[in-house]
Design a protein around this ligand. Structure first.
Ligand code: ARG
Length: 403
């Protein structure tokens, strides 16, 4: 099941052929009833579920259980700093979607709801950019049956086109996946920000490729509050970060396709996606434009470039009316979440190395303490096969390679 590196996502053991774990089912149902007293005692429901598992190997969540379970999965996501809002998660139940076309329609709808681009005539653009946290839950795995999935790691990401000299135009992290898409017949526009197609694989219909419509892809061109030249860099980023390849597990039931999104924290874009040496690697470019002395590390040119890049991200999203948050505000809100949870008698599972932002760590309050490290379910998990499909667009160790 792989050896997780220290920044890898926790991997739990999952046997797709095994029946639902009764203990997990019971634990979840008790928690759901305990935390929602209006649902009454769990007794009758647990008896019914136990019988259903005995007869079929699994059970079906009610819409209310599904909704609360998905919220708990967010509440338990140790790496997420934005969990204060866990109760506000908008849960879309698409368990009945089967064909790649139905699934793709659900994915497009997800992005429209999340980005506020689901506008109807007469109500134009009123919500555009007011990002809403959404999870869309597709069919659960049934013991011994295969189920649909999406290969992409996020619903929206930019391609990385490898040039003959080995350099990459676009996002180098996506270079292998992009090359596979090209083998499958896809051709991007050839810019540094080509939105990748989605690959939907379903048991009966195989592998299908879809291009996202413009209505689903809200983007923000980047400018700087003071430096006019910043616009000339021709940078942009998308509004909705929607993880597409993690398995949602609730009460022993596994949902391999359950894309979810929040809104961005600026540092994800300005201190990682655009800044990492293995991503868009823009610090030398920004430093040169700023006229900084890059001949010595002690001038802290990287740090100064980082700050201006991050200012540009926050400024541009705000100006475009696209919801975003900064790391100072979000760190304070996270500690508010921890305090609220403790008041409710619960500990907050958290991973320090993910909660502390990638710039100005100690200038935020989340730096100065330790956290309860625990893997609690419901949760989201990244399976090794899903990780490899997202990295390269294929699964080499598969017993029946596709090509
Ligand atoms: N860090 C990832 C990215 O930059 C997105 C992860 C989820 N982020 C979020 N704010 N919900 O694309």
């Amino acid at each position: 099941m792989g050896t997780p590196g220290y920044r890898d996502h926790p991997i739990d053991e999952w046997d797709p052929d095994a029946p639902v774990d009764e203990r997990e089912a019971e634990e979840f149902l008790r928690q759901y009833h305990d935390e929602n007293p209006a649902t009454g005692p769990v007794t009758a429901r647990w008896a019914a579920v136990r019988a259903e598992i005995a007869a079929t190997g699994t059970y079906e969540h009610t819409p209310a259980e599904l909704s609360y379970g998905a919220k708990l999965a967010w509440r338990n996501a140790s790496r997420c700093i934005g969990r204060l809002y866990w109760r506000s998660l908008h849960v879309v139940d698409r368990r009945s979607a089967r064909t790649p076309q139905e699934i793709f329609a659900g994915l497009v709808r997800h992005l429209e709801i999340a980005g506020g681009t689901d506008v109807r005539p007469g109500n134009r653009d009123s919500r555009r950019g007011s990002i809403r946290p959404v999870v869309t839950v597709f069919a659960p795995a049934k013991p011994g049956e295969s189920v649909a999935r999406v290969w992409n790691d996020q619903l929206i990401r930019y391609a990385g086109h490898r040039r003959p000299d080995g350099s990459v135009l676009g996002d180098p992290d996506r270079a292998e996946f992009t090359a596979t898409m090209e083998l499958l017949g896809w051709k991007g526009k050839g810019t540094a920000f080509d939105v990748l197609p989605l690959i939907v694989e379903s048991p009966h219909d195989g592998v299908h490729m879809f291009e996202l419509p413009d209505s689903a892809v809200l983007e923000v061109p980047l400018t700087h509050p003071e430096y006019g030249w910043f616009a000339e860099l021709d940078l942009r980023w998308y509004a909705v970060p929607a993880i597409a390849n993690q398995r949602l597990t609730i009460g022993g039931v596994h949902y391999p396709l359950a894309p979810f999104n929040g809104w961005y924290m600026g540092t994800e874009i300005g201190a990682r996606n655009l800044a990492d040496a293995g991503r868009y690697n823009l610090l030398p470019v920004v430093a040169a434009r700023l006229g900084l002395d890059t001949s010595s590390e002690t001038t802290l040119w990287r740090d100064r470039a980082l700050v201006e890049l991050n200012r540009a991200v926050l400024f541009s999203y705000e100006r475009a009316g696209v919801k975003i948050t900064d790391h100072h505000t979000e760190a304070a809100r996270f500690l508010e979440h921890v305090a609220r949870e403790e008041k409710a008698g619960r500990q907050v599972p958290a991973d320090w190395s993910w909660i502390v932002p990638p710039i100005s760590g100690a200038a935020t309050p989340v730096f100065h303490r330790y956290y309860h490290e625990a893997d609690q379910r419901p949760n989201f998990y990244l399976d090794e096969e899903a990780r490899e499909l997202a990295r390269a667009g294929r699964w080499w160790a598969s017993p029946s390679p596709r090509w």
